[in-house]
Design a protein around this ligand. Structure first.
Ligand code: ADP
Ligand code: MG
Length: 686
């Protein structure tokens, strides 16, 4: 992506990846010296001793102190990977898994994918014969439990970033606690930036009575050990706004420019919420730099999941002399990744969060205020190499009086359909009685059971059905997509649905418009199908194949080439899974009825009907009569067909449906008779 690096004078800068860090004050010291300078290094012996003698060790340490990159190496050096055993380190985020694994491989001087490897969904860079240190998402480790319930190949499992409290982390903690009872040899490390170490410790305390009953003798101590690694952050001066702002993107951009104008050298890290606002800010800053010599010293880089390897490398490359790096990030840079060289932080005060309402059964992504704990973490990122400054784009009064102290665990603000089916597949029958670090509400559980029942995944006794339930659980996608895939086998459109499922599993196949919204919309229209976005994806995929998978073709048509390559990979893996499950691969030759029916078989719960008297494209969900609108990025925006199902909702000023397809309402009772009783639909004109 040379345009991101345009130095304003027509030249393009290149960084060599073997360049060792010099701008961060380390000089040209060896990797080993760099390792020794990290705060955890001093605790090496203590950590190894605690892990040796305790079943569970809780390690709390400031971001950047070396927990993620060093502890797995300490364990390896101490022999925990001898005899074919494997050390695992989980992360909630895919991008963090990749970045950290590649760093550790580099530090150990080995090729990534051999001794050190990583696995994220649809991407496995490990070699079972030689990989001894394995980084993976917590979701992938949960999946591994389906084949190996006691995770026997691992000697130590480090559950990292536990303070994030992602659904998968919480599930993992609950399940690992069970596994520990059966595997006294297993060691757990729970590590995080700011965890409530006490409550985590209480959670992992083993009940003595229970141990007695099962007749096991545990060699390691049952009481978890807690170790706190002191950080070495510098002071950070905090600035607040006098008045709240309405447009935080604009405000962030002007703050970057004024820092660059007035402050001494040092890189800037900006926290926004997602790809849309990050791309918008990047675009604004690049435009600013085009005609202004001073501003052209800025190297502006986005940071969000889905970046290519080359883009990731740029983020970690040292800033060239005379330049200033500006990284515009989601909250991935809050604790998962540490960038050296940051002196200034700009905090929008927001992040994208999942929210779920069990009454309306609606889950959506919302740009919502962060917690005080998050704000402090973000601020801390400015004090890595010397005293820094943090600009909070909100008022002090707001911070003190309105910002919540802590975030709510994802488990308590999400739809739990995926979580429930995974537990069922792991043989946990009593879902309501499961030992959670923070239990979700029973209503949400019941909602999830209800949806799984109508998908045909659970039977009357809330057990997985055979074969559908087991098959759905086997496919590493949300159950609704898995159900859609199974239905496609029967409807004779599995070739098409595989493509659609692959596209839906990645963020977006469209190139980011970066100020060229009109051209992007026109490009999209070239592929648009009257039936909706899902069918449109098929047109794009076909065009891509016909172009011989050309990157030029993608560029011309505003399609993200990296994303299309990923679609090909995911599709191939889905095909393999489908084959294993005995789904017959067949094309429906453009019979879009079969395709849309298959989509409905998975997503019937997301059916909506347009409001007859509304002139602004308002829809209501059939289930909960909630107001929703078609997202402007959909090919059906302004077309407003009568009946649709959507794939997901995003919420800004309104609830917007992303990825929408037209349906015949008659299909709803056909594919989900229990969910939609005839009575519910009969008063609605077809
Ligand atoms: P923690 O897990 O405690 O937050 P890390 O182990 O992630 O700390 O980071 C330790 C050091 O390694 C930091 O100085 C960080 O900048 C560096 N580091 C981590 N990942 C990378 C990477 N992919 N490239 C370059 N440096 C990295
Ligand atoms: Mg870490």
């Amino acid at each position: 992506k040379p345009r991101l690096l345009d130095d304003g004078e027509g030249g393009v800068l290149f960084f060599s990846s073997s360049y060792s860090s010099s701008s961060s004050g380390f000089g040209f010291s060896s990797t080993e010296k760099q390792r020794q300078r990290l705060p955890v290094y001093k605790y090496r012996t203590a950590i190894l001793y605690l892990v040796e003698t305790h079943a569970t060790t809780i390690i709390v340490g400031e971001t950047g102190s070396g927990k993620t990159t060093q502890i797995p190496q300490f364990l390896k050096e101490a022999g925990w990977a001898d005899g074919g055993r494997v050390i695992a380190c989980t992360q909630p985020r895919r991008l963090a898994v990749q970045a950290v694994a590649s760093r550790v491989a580099e530090e150990m001087g080995v090729k990534l994918g051999e001794e050190v490897g990583y696995t994220i969904r649809f991407e496995d860079l490990t070699n079972p014969d030689v990989t001894r240190v394995k980084f993976l998402t917590d979701g992938v480790l949960l999946r591994e439990m389906m084949d190996d319930p006691l995770l026997t190949k691992y000697s130590v499992i480090m559950v990292d970033e536990a303070h994030e409290r992602s659904i998968s982390t919480d599930m993992l903690l609950g399940l690992l606690k069970k596994i520990q009872r059966r595997r006294p040899d297993l060691r757990l490390i729970i590590s995080s930036a700011t965890i409530e170490a006490k409550s985590m410790s209480t959670f992992f305390q083993m009940s003595k009575r229970r141990r007695g009953l099962e007749g096991e003798t545990l060699e390691p101590k049952v009481e978890p050990a807690i170790l706190s690694v002191e950080g070495r952050g510098f002071n950070v001066q905090i600035f607040y706004l006098e008045e709240p702002v309405s447009d935080y993107v604009q405000s962030a951009v002007s703050t970057v420019l004024s820092i660059h104008e007035q402050e001494p050298p040092g890189d800037i890290l900006v926290f926004l919420t997602g790809q849309d606002d990050i791309d918008a800010a990047v675009q604004l800053l690049i435009e600013e730099g085009q005609n202004d010599r001073k501003k052209s010293e800025l190297i502006v880089l986005p940071l969000y999941s889905g970046l290519s390897r080359a883009e990731q490398d740029l983020i970690f490359s040292p800033t060239p002399r005379g330049k200033r790096k500006v990284v515009i990030s989601t909250n991935i840079a809050e604790t998962s990744l540490t960038l050296e060289g940051i002196v200034y932080v700009i905090d929008s005060g927001f992040s994208k969060q999942r929210f779920y309402n069990p009454i309306t059964d609606i889950e959506s992504l919302i740009v919502a205020p962060i917690s005080k704990a998050s704000a402090r973490q973000r601020t801390g990122r400015a004090g890595r190499i010397r005293p820094g400054k943090c600009y909070r784009l909100y008022t002090e009064e707001y911070f003190i009086n309105e910002m919540p102290a802590e975030g709510i665990p994802e488990m308590q603000r999400s739809n739990l359909v995926t979580c429930v089916i995974q537990l069922k597949a792991l043989g946990i029958d009593n879902i309501l009685g499961f030992d959670w670090p923070s239990p979700p509400s029973p209503e949400v559980m019941v909602r999830a059971l209800e949806v799984l029942y109508s998908l045909g995944v659970l039977d009357d006794d809330a057990k997985l059905t055979s074969p559908i339930g087991f098959q759905v659980a086997e496919i590493p996608l949300e159950p609704m997509i898995s159900k859609m895939i199974l239905a496609s086998g029967e409807l004779g459109c599995s070739e098409e649905i595989m493509t659609i499922a692959a596209v839906l599993s990645i963020q977006s196949i469209w190139a980011s418009s970066r100020g060229a919204q009109k051209e992007l919309d026109e490009a999209r229209l070239r592929f648009a199908a009257a039936e909706g976005d899902h069918v449109t994806f098929l047109n794009v995929y076909k065009g891509f194949l016909q172009s011989n998978k050309s990157s030029q073709w993608c560029h011309k048509n505003f399609i993200n080439y990296q994303a299309m390559k990923k679609v090909m990979e995911v599709r191939e893996q889905l095909r393999r899974i489908a084959q294993r499950l005995g789904i017959i691969m067949k094309s429906c030759e453009r019979d879009t009825t079969a395709i849309r029916k298959a989509v409905t078989a998975g997503f019937f719960a997301n059916a909506c009907q347009i409001e007859a008297y509304s002139h602004n494209g308002m829809y209501k969900t059939v289930r909960g009569s909630q107001e929703v609108y078609i997202h402007p990025s959909s090919v059906l925006f302004r077309v407003n067909p009568k009946w649709v199902v959507y794939h997901s909702l995003v919420s800004t000023d309104r609830q917007y449906m992303r990825n929408v397809v037209t349906i015949d309402p008659g299909w709803l009772t056909e594919v989900a008779p229990h969910f939609y009783q005839q009575r519910q639909l009969s008063h609605m004109p077809h």
